[in-house]
Design a protein around this ligand. Structure first.
Ligand SMILES: O=C(O)CCC(=O)C(=O)O
Ligand SMILES: [Fe+2]
Length: 299
């Protein structure tokens, strides 16, 4: 009979229990393996030890998708997107039947994954959302990835409010349409957020995913995992300015009432090229509704 006992977590040779604990915490928080591998490389761990910690094959041992990658953008190219919201553009690249409405596909880009939709919302729906949101607007907060709570942020000078998911018939109808359009469970969506920008207000370029190495992130992602997609719906048209910009793609989407821009990110990493912002409104005002999509049910 063997006398050796097997710990639940064995520390592989050359590694430390602290490191293995960090790996487990990060994985549980939804941080993908390529990001962990990169963090360990940056922290000075030898390649073979980093791979051992992540139970990845040694370099050159197997044709693993990221074996040959040396930069984060190469990682993205070699690993096809999966497990993210994605409209079905195969059958008809111009139109998508999203249950109760024919949504138009105006532009699509592979990397970053961006799709611009037309006719997603009717004028009446846009006006009704603004009317319901207006009395509930407050200075926008952003998720504070230091504490896991929320805080005022100078990068974001809009006013905002959240609808509860399924709060009323209008919100429910739109959420069902979005779920069909993006092939993503309605339950994985955060409540719809409405933002209002006055002249001069903006949302400086940022990523919508939660930065993996920030101390508040494990708390935030306990509720539904990481964000993996964003849909920004335009509820009105500013007279000048206020476009949604993607600096890494040199792309700007012009706000048009009822249209929307969707983008997805299959890892919380700049290699997704999903850096984006709301350019300053120069004249007029801008109203948007944003739906953020999580990996799992957002309770
Ligand atoms: O105002 C915009 O166009 C972008 C909004 C945005 O980035 C967000 O709601 O996450
Ligand atoms: Fe954003």
């Amino acid at each position: 009979m063997s006398t050796s006992t097997q710990d639940e977590f064995v520390t592989p040779p050359g590694l430390t229990p602290e490191l293995m604990q960090w790996v487990r915490t990060q994985s549980a928080a939804g941080v993908p393996l390529p990001s962990l591998l990169q963090s360990m490389r940056k922290a000075g761990w030898a390649e073979h030890l980093a791979r051992r910690a992540l139970t990845l094959p040694e370099e050159g041992e197997l044709p693993f998708p990221f074996v040959a990658a040396t930069t984060s953008s190469e990682l993205q190219i070699q690993t096809p997107a999966s497990g993210v919201p994605e409209p079905d553009l195969k059958t008809d690249p111009c139109c998508i039947h999203a249950g109760d409405r024919e949504v138009h596909v105006l532009t699509s880009m592979r990397h970053p994954r961006v799709v611009v939709f037309g006719n997603l919302l009717s004028n009446e729906e846009c006006e009704a959302i603004i009317a319901e949101a207006r009395p509930r607007m407050q200075r926008s907060l952003t998720v504070d990835n230091q504490s896991g709570g929320e805080s005022i942020n100078d990068d974001r000078t809009s006013n905002g409010m959240f609808f509860q998911r399924g709060e009323n018939e209008l919100i429910r109808r739109i959420e069902e349409r979005i779920a069909r359009l993006l092939n993503w469970p309605l339950e994985n969506g955060e409540g719809l957020q409405v933002l209002h920008y006055r002249p001069g207000a903006e949302y400086k370029p940022h990523y919508d995913y939660f930065a993996p190495n920030e101390p508040g992130t494990p708390t935030i992602v306990k509720r539904g995992g990481q964000r993996v997609g964003t849909l920004v719906m335009y509820l009105n048209e500013p007279t000048r300015g206020g476009g949604t910009t993607f600096p890494d793609a040199g792309l700007q989407v012009v706000p048009r009432r009822g249209n929307a821009v969707f983008f997805s990110y299959d890892r919380p990493d700049p290699s997704t090229k999903t850096l984006h912002g709301g350019a300053p409104v120069l004249e007029g005002e801008k109203w948007i509704a944003t739906k953020w999509l999580r990996e799992r049910e957002f309770k």
